[in-house]
Design a protein around this ligand. Structure first.
Ligand code: ADP
Ligand code: ADP
Ligand code: MG
Length: 446
C-alpha cells in the first residue's frame, strides 16, 4: 500500500479522498491555489502545498506544479478526483514518468474511452450499441449529409465537453451550419478544442449509468446502476440507485453490455459507463467517465463498498475480493447536489461567506462537502459545494428521509438550490419514479 498520496483536486472530492486515506492509515498531501488557503481539504491533509494563483489553468491544471509538489513531498501516488486533470492521459503518463502511481486507468485506456469520439468508435467495434451519430466533423458539407441521415432535431456535441457543457440542440436543417460555427467557437473557448460530433436526439430519454470497478488482474465488476435523469441543462441535479425505471431483465442486459464495454478496453480502476434509455427500453452508450464520479456515494450506500478506498487499493495492485455474484444491492440511496447558485438569477453561481451552517444527521444520512461555518466560497470554481446522500430500505422511505434531511439543512450567507431540491422531493411524478431528462424543463420549477 502507498505510504503517502497527493490529492490533485479541491472541494468536496478532495475531502472525500483525504478521509478515505486517513481511515486507511495513508498520509495525505493537499495542493491548493492562493484562493483556497482556508479550504477544508488544506486543513484536513497532513501536508499542504500552494501550487499557484486562483485560476485553475495556473494551479489545479498546472501539471508541472502538481508533479513538483508530489516529488518534493515524497508522495507515491496521485488521486485526481473528478473534473480537472482526472481524464487527462498526458497527466496520467507524466505521473508514471515521475515514478508516481496515477490512481485511475492507464493512459491508453483514458485515450480509448475518456475521449468521447474515440469511445464511440471503440464501443461500436465491441458491439456495444452507441447513440446514432457521426464521427468528428471536419467538413461542413459532409457534416450536413451526416445530419440529414441522422435527422432533426439533433445534438451537436463538443468532443472535449463535460459537466453538461458543450451540447447544442438543432431543430431544423436551416440552422445547422450556423449552429456548427457557434458551437465550435464556444467549444474552442471553453475546452481549447473546437472538435464537434453529431448525435441523434433521444427523446424522451432516461440517463442510466453503470459503476464499474476493475483491478489489474482482469477482474471487472458492475456495482449496480444509477438513475441520473434528473438534470438541469444536461447537468445532474439528483441521482438515485437502483433506477426506478428498469426491471430485472433490463438490468441484467445493462450490466452485460457495461461489463462487455469495460472488458473490451481492458478497463482498470473505477469508471462509469453512461447510457441513454429510449422509450422502448433500448440502451445506447453515451460516454464513459474514466474516473471517480460525483454521484459515487449512492452506489457506496447500496453496495456497502467504499469506492475511493478500492480505487487506491486497486492502483496499488490489490485484487478485488469479490465476484459479480457477491455484489448485492441493498435498499435505496439518493443524492441531492447542493450548489451555490442563485435561483432568482437563473441559477447563476453564487459566492460569499457562509454565516450559518447546520448539517442534518440521523441514521442513513450522509453529507459530503467541503464547507464549514465561516468559510468563504470563492468565485473561481465549480458551484457544487456539497452532496446530501440518504439510504433507506425502500425508495419511498429514501425520498421521505431526503425531504426531511433537506428541510433540516441550513446554509445562510450564500444563495443555493435547496428549494429546488425540496420541490423535486415533493413532486408527484418524481414520487412515482416517472421522470425523464426533460422533467425540470417541463415542470417549470426553474
Ligand atoms: P458527473 O457525471 O460525475 O457529474 P461531470 O461530467 O458532470 O461528471 O463532471 C464532473 C465534474 O467536473 C463537474 O463538477 C463538472 O463541472 C466538471 N467538469 C467535467 N468536465 C468538464 C469540462 N470539460 N469543463 C469544465 N468542467 C468540467
Ligand atoms: P457530459 O460529458 O457533459 O456529461 P454527456 O454526453 O454525458 O455530456 O451528456 C450529458 C447529458 O445530456 C445527458 O445525461 C443527457 O441528459 C443529455 N444528452 C446527451 N446526449 C443526448 C442525446 N443524444 N439525446 C438526448 N439527450 C442527450
Ligand atoms: Mg456525461
Amino acid at each position: 500500500m502507498f505510504g503517502k498520496v497527493l490529492i490533485a483536486n479541491r472541494g468536496e472530492v478532495a475531502v472525500r479522498v483525504i478521509r478515505a486515506c486517513r481511515e486507511m492509515g495513508v498520509s495525505t498531501v493537499a495542493v491548493y491555489s492562493e484562493a483556497d488557503s482556508e479550504a477544508l481539504h488544506v486543513h484536513l491533509a497532513d501536508e499542504s502545498i500552494c501550487i499557484g494563483p486562483p485560476p485553475v489553468t495556473d494551479s489545479y491544471l498546472n501539471m508541472t506544479s502538481i508533479l513538483s509538489a508530489a516529488v518534493c513531498s515524497g508522495a507515491e501516488a496521485i488521486h485526481p478526483g473528478y473534473g480537472l486533470l482526472s481524464e487527462n492521459s498526458k497527466f496520467a503518463s507524466l505521473c508514471t514518468t515521475c515514478g508516481i502511481a496515477f490512481i485511475g486507468p492507464p493512459p491508453d485506456v483514458i485515450d480509448a474511452m475518456g475521449d468521447k469520439d474515440n469511445a464511440r468508435k471503440t464501443m461500436s467495434k465491441a458491439d456495444v450499441p452507441v447513440v446514432p451519430g457521426s464521427n468528428v466533423i471536419n467538413d461542413i458539407n459532409k457534416a450536413k449529409v451526416a445530419a440529414e441521415r441522422i435527422g432533426f432535431p439533433l445534438l451537436i456535441k463538443a468532443k472535449a465537453g463535460g459537466g453538461g457543457r458543450g451540447i447544442r440542440q438543432v431543430e431544423k436543417p436551416e440552422d445547422f451550419k450556423n449552429a456548427c460555427e457557434t458551437a465550435s467557437a464556444e467549444a474552442m473557448a471553453a475546452f481549447s478544442d473546437g472538435g464537434l460530433y453529431l448525435e441523434k436526439l433521444i427523446s424522451p430519454a432516461r440517463h442510466i449509468e453503470v459503476q464499474i470497478m476493475a483491478d489489474k488482474h482482469g477482474n471487472v465488476l458492475c456495482l449496480g446502476e444509477r438513475e441520473c435523469s434528473l438534470q438541469r441543462r444536461n447537468q445532474k441535479v439528483l441521482e438515485e440507485s437502483p433506477s426506478p425505471a428498469i426491471n430485472e431483465e433490463q438490468r441484467e442486459r445493462l450490466y452485460h453490455i457495461a461489463s462487455r464495454a469495460a472488458r473490451a478496453v481492458g478497463y482498470q480502476n473505477a469508471g462509469t459507463i453512461e447510457f441513454l434509455m429510449d422509450e422502448n427500453g433500448h440502451f445506447y452508450f453515451m460516454e464513459m467517465n474514466t474516473r471517480l464520479q460525483v454521484e459515487h456515494p449512492v452506489t457506496e450506500m447500496v453496495t456497502g463498498i467504499d469506492i475511493v478506498k478500492w480505487q487506491i487499493r486497486v492502483a496499488a495492485g490489490h485484487r478485488l475480493p469479490w465476484k459479480q455474484k457477491d455484489i448485492s444491492i441493498n435498499g435505496h440511496a439518493m443524492e441531492c447536489r447542493i450548489n451555490a447558485e442563485n435561483p432568482h438569477e437563473n441559477y447563476r453561481p453564487s459566492c460569499g461567506k457562509i454565516t450559518l451552517l447546520h448539517v442534518p444527521g440521523g441514521p442513513g444520512v450522509r453529507f459530503d462537502s467541503a464547507i464549514y461555518q465561516g468559510y468563504t466560497v470563492p468565485p473561481f470554481y465549480d458551484s457544487m459545494i456539497g452532496k446530501l446522500i440518504v439510504h433507506a430500505n425502500t425508495r419511498e422511505e429514501a425520498i421521505r428521509k431526503m425531504h426531511s434531511a433537506l428541510s433540516e439543512l441550513v446554509i445562510e450567507g450564500i444563495e443555493h438550490n435547496l428549494e429546488l431540491q425540496l420541490a423535486i422531493t415533493r413532486d408527484d411524478e418524481f414520487l412515482l419514479g416517472k421522470y425523464d431528462t426533460s422533467f425540470l424543463t417541463r415542470k417549470k420549477v426553474l
